[in-house]
Design a protein around this ligand. Structure first.
Ligand code: NAD
Length: 466
């Protein structure tokens, strides 16, 4: 037996799982074909946050006079903006390498494929520097993640020049003057926000009737209004039927309300969802079940094939880094025979646009569709002292409580830094807090988090500042 555990994939699912395995005393190896840290650190969550920060600062520079400040014009060096984002990724990538070393996790650089073995499938690695290596472990965890969903029949695939997925959009050679973003999920909205902040003319096309369709309807509506104020354009209920490119730009043929229409732009970003990396792993021969692009697993990540587990994006939605890490820790604690970390904790979702959006639990509509009677509270940042002082009065907090028990079942926020605040409600829901506990909690003044308190008070007719 070479290892107790082999983890395949080193994104936030895989590398966190490997660290926890090492803490639990398992002799662990991790196989990675590309950069340590996976998509999140190198091509997703982290570098986009670096780009968005540059965009935000640039946008703020346009409003300096609101704060009584002055500066001589403003400009940006696009290559440096991108370079900073790559440096941020490189720093964290080195951090993961350090953590692997510190926890004595062997890193095998190559592409893994599974073959029949005992007590778990054998891992055959085609090494990046040539040759191959076969390792047998007691258990294998697949954490191979996901990639941008492409639809070649419609032209929704990168062409290396004018049509980008998140991957090309993270290392652009230029900021397009005109840009079409296809899809208004978190990826589409974040890139639309970034390029708009730097002055691009951006149109976002969304097939469903509203943008950010997974968010609460009131949040979607407020987000669209706030983005439009910044000059973003939207075509909702508009499905892209054909995307094509030439040397100078792209042509988007869409259908909206039964009518055909054509848009042109310098560049298109395709952000129509993601697909799990399930291919070429040898899953079919082992009998592991794959459904809708992800591996079918039980509540502990077990695939049904002895010794084979899957966690994170490759094991299905929600496709979020923190969900992957959480599942990985649970899975490896289960394998090691420890009482595993709770898996039923709700999972927050965040979109780092300006303004930001963050949510957890059920939307009002989902709660009602599920047959629940609800109490709903809201509080706008426009009457919050800290928000006014900071000049960041956009947005609100909306809470959904179960009427029968008073339990908090959903929290939805739009505004400045709400992605830093949603964790308060994540803790509350995980601890099964009710309105009484949220109302009894003392919130520091002056902070934007006071709106979190007021929304709970509002649901029960006790709001103070309206
Ligand atoms: P998504 O599934 O969230 O959104 C894609 C959108 O594209 C949908 O609203 C869909 O209706 C629309 N669409 C699909 N086909 C279309 C067509 N032909 N024409 C017009 N619109 C079309 O996908 P995403 O934004 O690509 O993100 C992928 C995943 O990654 C999501 O699950 C997201 O949660 C996760 N993610 C999260 C963050 C974050 O937390 N900040 C950031 C990036 C990605």
């Amino acid at each position: 037996m070479d290892f107790d555990l082999v983890v395949i994939g080193s994104g936030p699912g895989g590398y966190v799982t490997a660290i926890r395995a090492s803490q639990l005393g398992l002799k662990t190896a991790i196989v990675e074909r590309a950069e340590l840290g996976g998509v999140c650190l190198n091509w997703g969550c982290i570098p986009t946050k670096a780009l968005l920060k540059s965009g935000e600062v640039y946008e703020e520079l346009g409003h300096l006079e609101d704060y009584g400040l002055k500066t001589e014009g403003r400009s940006f060096d696009f290559a440096k903006v991108v370079e900073r984002s790559r440096k941020v990724s490189a720093q964290l990538n080195a951090g993961v390498a350090f953590l692997m070393k510190k926890h004595k996790i062997e890193v095998i650089a190559g592409t893994a494929r599974l073959e029949k073995g005992s007590p778990a499938p054998k891992v055959v690695v085609k090494l990046n520097d040539g040759g191959s290596r076969t390792v047998q472990a007691k258990n294998v965890i697949l954490a191979t993640g996901a990639r941008a969903r492409t639809i070649p029949a419609v032209g929704l695939e990168p062409d290396g020049e004018r049509i980008w997925t998140y991957r090309e959009a993270l290392v652009p050679k230029f900021a397009p003057k005109t840009l079409v973003v296809i899809g208004s999920g978190a990826i589409g909205i974040e890139f639309a926000s970034f390029f708009r902040a730097l002055g691009s003319e951006v149109t976002v096309i969304e097939a469903l009737p509203r943008i950010l369709p997974v968010e609460d309807e009131e949040v979607s509506a407020a987000a669209q209004k706030a983005f439009q104020k910044r000059g973003l354009k939207f075509r909702v209920g508009a499905s892209v039927k054909k995307l094509s490119s030439s040397k100078s730009g792209v042509k988007v043929e869409l259908e909206a309300g039964g009518k055909a229409e054509t848009l042109e732009a310098e560049v298109a970003i395709v952000a129509v969802g993601i697909a799990g990396n399930v291919e070429d792993l040898g899953l079919e021969a082992l009998g592991a079940e794959v459904e809708k692009g992800h591996i079918v697993v039980d509540g502990h990540g077990a695939t049904g094939v002895p010794g084979l587990y899957a966690i994170g994006d490759v094991a299905g939605p929600p496709w979020l880094a923190h969900k992957a890490s959480h599942e990985g820790v649970h899975c490896v604690e289960h394998i090691a025979g420890f009482a595993p970390t709770n898996l039923t904790s709700p999972i927050p979702g965040c979109t780092y646009s300006t303004p930001q959006i963050a949510s957890i639990g059920l939307t009002e509509a989902q709660a009602k569709e599920g047959g629940r009677k609800v109490k709903v509270g809201r509080f706008p940042f426009r009457v919050n002292g800290k928000a006014i002082a900071s000049g960041e009065t956009e947005g609100f907090v909306k809470l959904v409580f179960d009427e029968a028990t008073g339990a908090l079942i959903g929290a939805h926020m739009i505004g400045a830094e709400v992605t830093e605040m949603i964790q308060g409600y994540a803790l509350a829901i995980t601890m099964e807090a009710t309105e009484a506990e949220l109302q009894a909690t003392v919130y520091p003044h002056p902070t934007m988090s006071e709106a979190m308190h007021e929304a709970a008070l509002d649901a029960y007719g006790r709001v103070l500042h309206i």
